[in-house]
Structure formats: structure tokens, C-alpha cells
Design a protein around this ligand. Structure first.
Ligand SMILES: [Fe+2]
Ligand SMILES: [Fe+2]
Length: 304
């Protein structure tokens, strides 16, 4: 089989000026990367989550990001991020819930699925459900545990939003009172996910969320954290990794899947408004929206 290519990007964070916050530069950076990806003529695009700034709170943002991706001249496959379907846990009205998962899936479709393309299989799951106790978590585990090696494919690639570890597999669980709780998946869920990947003969797990491009390996599986197109991580890792903005192209042959990073061609300096972090409902001030009427925070949709 001739070599062929696909693209992968994460954390594109498209927002809207009708929201209580808006980062014009993130939208502009995505439009730049979007054209760069089109210019590469990939066979498809993987998006590792956080398609929106705040789709979690606004149906319209989910619909806006989906419309943008639907207009690409090739297929794309996405997985929900915490900004699209909720944090693994949070004290600020931002946790994943049956409602947030249902809202996401009503726009983007199922969160757990597989597709096959040429000689690869790609399997997708929402790691942010792990430990939530939701019925949707049970469905996610059932789906993960049922995956087996695909004898028709040369490579089994996986995708989720939150990485199952940051630096090394046996690292300690994160303290829920430390900001680091946010970034990765704790035990026992980490091992359960890993065992499911292993049982399915996984080659690579792609993830996003930390806005930091890094590749590690554990027991024969590559863990590839993918770059964001929107903004760089606010924290600094060691020099082996890079939070440089951009996307990756994967070249697939029978023997290998090799990645190449392509940096964002031009970083926007457009300005923004509104709070960062995960503000509670009481601090989401829609009166400052730059486009009126503002989004309806109750109906989670754009007013008519
Ligand atoms: Fe993100
Ligand atoms: Fe994220």
C-alpha cells in the first residue's frame, strides 16, 4: 500500500462574541491552522477535543464548531473535551453530567466509536467520564472493554481528550485540591483504560487537553499529546516538550505511523474579554457580550 496521510489537531477552542467571554485570537488562529491543514490535503482530520470555548454552556457554540468542521473538504472525527461536555470533576458548575453529555451528543453524535480507513482502525472514547459515577461512564467502560484487535488493520490508533498520565505511567494520583487534578486520569481508571488499549492491540493513544506536544511510551503503546491551535499552556514543562501552536500530519504505511509537527503560520494578536478558568454560573456576565443579543445561558442556545 502506498503511504497516505491524515491530520490531527487539538483544542481549537472556537468561541463566540455573544458569550460572557471571547478570545478573538483563538478563533483567528484556528482559521489559520484550518487553511494550513486544507493545504496539506489530508485524507481526514482527527480533533482531540475542546472544539469550543464553552460549548459546555452554549449549544450554539457546539453547533458553530460543528458547522465549521462540516465545511472542511475532507471527513473529520472528533472526541468531546471538557469545554464541550464537562470536566472530570469541578467545583464550579462545569462537571461532566448526563445533561452535558447529552447536549454534546445531540450535536456531535456519540462519544465512543470506531472508524476504519484504509489500513488503520481509529477508536475514540471520552476519558473525562472515568470516575464520574454516571450511567454514561458505565457505557463507556462497556464499550472500551469490548474492543478486540482488528485483524484487518495494520494499526489500531486511539483518541481521547484527557491524557491518562502526564509524565510517566506509574506517577501518583493528583491531589483534587491541586490544580493538577485537571490534567490527567487517576488510578484505578488509568490502568483500566490501559488494559483495554492493550487488549485491542493499540499502537498509539492521541490526546489533547494539556496544550503541550509530547510523546511518551509505556509497555509498547505510544502516548502522543497533540498540539493546540488556540493558545499555549499556561504552565511550563521541561525542555523535552513543546507547547508551540500548530497541528500534526501523520504518514501511514504498512509498517508505521510517523508524525510531523507543523507550526501555526501566524499567531493572532486580537484582543479578548471575560474571565478565564471555569467560572461558576454567578460569574458569567452576559451583559458584556460584544454581539447582541447575548447567548441565552438558560436555553444554551443563540436567541432567534
Ligand atoms: Fe483545551
Ligand atoms: Fe481540555
Amino acid at each position: 500500500m502506498d503511504a497516505w496521510r491524515f491530520a490531527i489537531v487539538s483544542d481549537i477552542h472556537i468561541g463566540t462574541q455573544r458569550s460572557f467571554r471571547f478570545q478573538a485570537a483563538w478563533n483567528a488562529n484556528w482559521q489559520t491552522v484550518r487553511q494550513q491543514i486544507i493545504d496539506q490535503q489530508p485524507e481526514f482530520l482527527l480533533v482531540c477535543g475542546d472544539m469550543t470555548r464553552d460549548g459546555l454552556y452554549h449549544r450554539f457554540e457546539l453547533e458553530q464548531s460543528k458547522a465549521d468542521l462540516d465545511a472542511l473538504p475532507f471527513p473529520y472525527y472528533a472526541v468531546p473535551g471538557n469545554h464541550d461536555a464537562g470536566n472530570k470533576f469541578s467545583d464550579a458548575d462545569s462537571s461532566i453530567s448526563a445533561e452535558t453529555v447529552a447536549l454534546y451528543q445531540s450535536v456531535f453524535g456519540t462519544s465512543n466509536y470506531s472508524i476504519c480507513h484504509k489500513n488503520i482502525r481509529i477508536s475514540v472514547f471520552n476519558s473525562l467520564l472515568a470516575g464520574s459515577g454516571l450511567a454514561e461512564e458505565g457505557a463507556m467502560w462497556s464499550w472500551l472493554d469490548s474492543q478486540v484487535p482488528d485483524l484487518e488493520s495494520d494499526h489500531h490508533l486511539w483518541m481521547t481528550h484527557a491524557p491518562i498520565y502526564l509524565d510517566y505511567f506509574s506517577e501518583a494520583n493528583k491531589d483534587p485540591n491541586d490544580h493538577a487534578w485537571y490534567f490527567s486520569i487517576d488510578e484505578p481508571h488509568r490502568s483500566r483504560i490501559f488494559n483495554a488499549l492493550k487488549a485491542s492491540a493499540a499502537d498509539i493513544l492521541f490526546s489533547g487537553h494539556i496544550h503541550d506536544r509530547r510523546q511518551t511510551e509505556h509497555d509498547g503503546i505510544l502516548f502522543q499529546s497533540c498540539p493546540s491551535s488556540a493558545f499555549q499552556a499556561a504552565f511550563d514543562y521541561d525542555g523535552e516538550h513543546s507547547s508551540e501552536l500548530g497541528f500534526m500530519m501523520l504518514t501511514v504505511t504498512k509498517e508505521s505511523c510517523k508524525s510531523e509537527f507543523i507550526p501555526l503560520a501566524e499567531t493572532s494578536t486580537l484582543t479578548s474579554y471575560g474571565p478565564g478558568g471555569n467560572p461558576p454560573k454567578a460569574l458569567r456576565d452576559y451583559s458584556i457580550a460584544q454581539e447582541k443579543p447575548a447567548l441565552d445561558p438558560v436555553e444554551q442556545r443563540r436567541p432567534e
